[in-house]
Design a protein around this ligand. Structure first.
Ligand SMILES: [Zn+2]
Length: 400
């Protein structure tokens, strides 16, 4: 018989609405959530074991919507370190995935790694060989032959791009990643490194294969083209104009914001030397652009861009830039699930969905810094953190 576990907290937030259930609880059975209700309303006959997280909020496992398994910005000159050997990168990725998981990230979306190591990592987690969040992965990111993209591979012309997408999908990638622009404006225009035809070919080929296209794209003409052509997810959007925000709001394109690579000194100071000052110079302007996008009330997801274990920071930055705590939390849960095409599986606590659950100390709807204090991590019904034993109470029926 499958054990039925009730997890109770001082609050439960189900992942999308503004409602918090005081003394909320949920029952999970195997991999799935069965009941979500105030603890007092759940009959004793509905569960065998209690995990008591009084003082905490029970909420959905978080989703890092933009990361790279093998990236580690805590390393000096970390973008250059993406050229390390594949065995080194793979070992690093396994360490990063564990860090993510223990910080409450139960799903992540990776936007390109070297040599399909992200696909191997995804499968290793799926087969319980290593601990980590479930992931959906882009395989090899595609950049222009002369364009930006530290983690991407160069391609020229639409034929090469179509071929590369087919190879990626053949290898097991879940979606397509392209690099349309660079990151900094440097007082000039923001050129599109990919041509209109190349972007169109990437989107058409991917959509015909039933997968989404994500693009590193911060603004300029490339962003106009991407919106016109039906790009699925707009990553970073650092220099998006007011007019583009308006068009984004009318489109089906979902923004995935990554404040840390601009706002976190720890990351900026680890860029290649010639890029550091530029990031500081544009910090203010980029902050004001993200603020405008958030003010437009366009639903957004959030990603760390490799800052493993620190997704809470993205939530804090987005609150500093004008998001409500609830908007920031939705970015990490239900909006992330939408970006990953997983709304039916994860991102909210609803009976029938996977039991991806965390408990955080306090109430994050009131204090976003609660997300720093993750006390319990459950992924697909399995307890992943080692903090839960002191909270376990067996009812004595199943175990006598
Ligand atoms: Zn990235």
């Amino acid at each position: 018989m499958i054990e039925r576990v009730v997890i109770k907290g001082s609050y439960l937030w189900e992942g999308y609405s503004s409602e918090i259930i005081p003394n909320g609880a949920l029952v999970m059975e195997g991999e799935k959530i069965q009941i979500v209700a105030p603890f007092a309303e759940i009959p004793h006959s509905a569960y065998d074991t209690v995990l008591d997280f009084t003082g905490c909020t029970i909420m959905p496992g978080m989703i890092d919507s933009h990361t790279h398994h093998s990236m580690d910005p805590s390393l000096e000159n970390y973008l250059e370190r993406m050229k390390d050997t594949i065995p080194e990168l793979t070992i690093r990725a396994t360490i990063m995935m564990k860090k993510d998981l223990l910080s409450g990230v139960t799903t992540c979306r990776t936007l390109g790694d070297k040599d399909y190591l992200d696909i191997a990592c995804r499968e290793a987690v799926k087969n319980n060989l290593i601990p980590g969040p479930r992931s959906i992965v882009a395989g090899k990111g595609m950049r222009a032959a002369t364009g930006h993209g530290f983690v991407g591979y160069p391609f020229k012309g639409k034929e090469e791009i179509i071929e590369a997408i087919k190879k990626n999908l053949g290898a097991g990638a879940d979606f397509t990643k392209i690099y349309i622009t660079g990151t900094l404006r440097r007082n000039g225009d923001l050129p599109s490194f990919l041509s209109y035809e190349e972007i169109a070919a990437a989107i058409q080929t991917s959509h015909e294969a039933g997968v989404k296209v994500a693009s590193h794209c911060v603004g300029g003409i490339g962003l106009d083209w991407a919106l016109e052509l039906g790009l699925d997810t707009l990553e970073h959007a650092y220099h998006i104009s007011d007019h583009q925000i308006e068009n984004l709001g009318k489109s089906k394109t979902q923004p995935v914001l990554t404040p840390s690579p601009i706002l976190n000194d720890k990351i900026v100071n680890h860029y290649p030397k010639h890029l550091i000052q530029g990031h500081y110079d544009e910090r203010e302007e980029i902050s004001s652009r993200i603020r405008s996008l958030i003010e437009a009330k366009i639903p957004f997801a959030l990603g760390t861009d490799g800052m493993h274990g620190e997704l809470f920071k993205e939530a804090e930055y987005s609150v500093e830039l004008g998001a409500s705590n609830l908007q920031a939390l939705q970015a990490l849960t239900i909006n992330g699930a939408a970006v990953c095409n997983m709304e039916n599986k994860t991102g909210s606590l609803i009976p029938g969905k996977d039991a991806d659950i965390i408990a955080v100390e306090g109430n994050p709807v009131e204090n976003i810094q609660s997300l720093r204090k993750v006390k319990l991590v459950i992924k697909e019904g399995r307890v992943m953190s080692d903090t839960s034993s002191s909270h376990k109470q067996e009812r004595g029926l199943m175990f006598s």
